[in-house]
Design a protein around this ligand. Structure first.
Ligand SMILES: NC(=O)c1ccc[n+]([C@@H]2O[C@H](COP(=O)([O-])OP(=O)(O)OC[C@H]3O[C@@H](n4cnc5c(N)ncnc54)[C@H](OP(=O)(O)O)[C@@H]3O)[C@@H](O)[C@H]2O)c1
Length: 341
């Protein structure tokens, strides 16, 4: 079997998960290079990796470069993704820097794997909250058409990187060590705009157009691009909750043609990458604590809206570090190599 030289950029919460996913999915890795801002030795599940400091030469002889560095001007992708492409690599980027570039495909393999073929060197991985929503909604859109989506997300701390997980841990420890008498924890080096322990806040990303946050706009624009339909009316409220890993979403949809909840359960049960857990009488529905480490998107609480014709509700949960980031990126890499055969 042909092997591919792979490079992982970034060893934060997503980068570490990529190393796991490559191994667990038996990706045909030839040489593996791990790059970050600084060189050091790391250990993941008992295996040691040497991390090298990033440089343009680090991309020599790399076939596939999986980027999981911080976004923006000082992040890895803006500087080094074009450099990696120049040296012959196909880049799969987890950040937002290239997602809305019309020349860059934005891919969730269960939904639009055919777009991988259009790449010119860079392929973008969507935002975690968008990925799980489109996995759940795409089969419905293909069958009966979706004209409206209203979504509220409940996003875990690891969605904001390893420093956000550290913030949640520190705050939880301060509050619990005081016997829960006070629910305020003023810790240093906050990675998020508010205290997260024993709290929730509707503020992910910066506030922008029409008082929606950048995260909320990502869910709108990325969904339009992935589903190839910018007529779907989408409104999002994105909320950070004190969960370590696993994003949940309360999703309301209005379909063009009618579909009964039971038909919807059957449709989603046989759709790729989806597990339906929907037995409320026995207290069975998806929860973040149960999906950590899993690659599928879990759907439950499927029910009709009592007041709106063709209105339906779903509860959608996935591991933001796996399907929301690392697994989706490695699945894209699998599409790249199967297209090259
Ligand atoms: N967390 C999620 O659920 C999630 C989901 C989807 C997409 N993403 C995206 O995935 C990317 C990584 O997120 P994360 O949560 O893993 O972040 P993180 O935990 O903060 O880790 C960031 C990593 O990027 C490295 N890095 C930062 N700037 C770099 C540069 N200029 N050159 C090389 N390496 C650099 C850091 O290196 P050092 O360790 O040396 O400092 C660190 O290892 C981000 O673009 C994020 O938006 C995250």
């Amino acid at each position: 079997m042909k092997k591919y030289n792979v490079c992982v950029v970034g060893v934060g919460v997503v980068g570490l998960e990529m190393l796991r996913v490559l191994k667990q999915r038996n990706f045909p890795v030839g040489q593996l290079r791990v790059l970050a801002r600084s060189a050091r030795e790391i250990e993941v599940d008992g295996q040691k990796y040497s991390v090298e400091a990033i440089s343009p030469e680090g991309f020599n002889d790399v076939d596939i470069a999986l980027f999981a560095g911080t976004e923006g001007e000082k992040g890895a992708a803006v500087t080094y993704a074009p450099e990696a492409v120049k040296r012959g690599a196909v880049v799969i980027d987890n950040g937002a820097d290239f997602r809305m570039d019309p020349k860059v495909p934005l891919v969730v393999p269960e939904v639009n794997s055919q777009d991988v073929k259009k790449h010119k060197g860079i392929i973008a991985n969507p935002n975690c909250s968008t990925i799980q929503m489109v996995v759940a909604l795409s089969p419905i859109h293909k069958k009966v058409g979706i004209k409206r989506i209203i979504v509220t997300t409940l996003q875990a701390s690891s969605g904001a990187g390893k420093s956000a997980v550290e913030q949640l841990k520190a705050e939880t420890s301060v509050i619990s060590s005081g016997g829960f008498d006070r629910l305020h924890a003023d810790v240093k080096n906050k990675a998020m705009p508010q205290q997260l322990a024993f709290n929730v806040f509707p503020h992910i990303g910066g506030f922008s157009e029409d008082d929606y946050t950048s995260e909320e706009w990502k869910m709108v624009k990325e969904t339009h691009k992935i589903m190839h339909d910018d007529k779907i009316k989408i409104s999002a409220t994105t909320v950070r909750v004190p969960v370590r890993t696993g994003h949940s979403e309360s999703v309301y949809i209005e379909t063009k043609k009618p579909i009964k909840p039971q038909e919807l359960r059957q449709l989603l049960s046989k759709s790729p990458g989806i597990v339906v857990i929907d037995d409320p009488k026995n207290n069975l529905y998806p929860m973040p604590k149960d999906v950590e480490g899993r690659d599928e998107t879990f759907v439950g609480r499927i029910r009709r809206d009592t007041f709106v014709k063709n209105g339906l509700w779903l509860w959608v949960v996935a591991d933001n570090l796996r399907k929301g980031a690392a697994t989706n990126a490695v699945q894209i890499a699998e599409c790249v190599i199967s297209n090259s055969k």
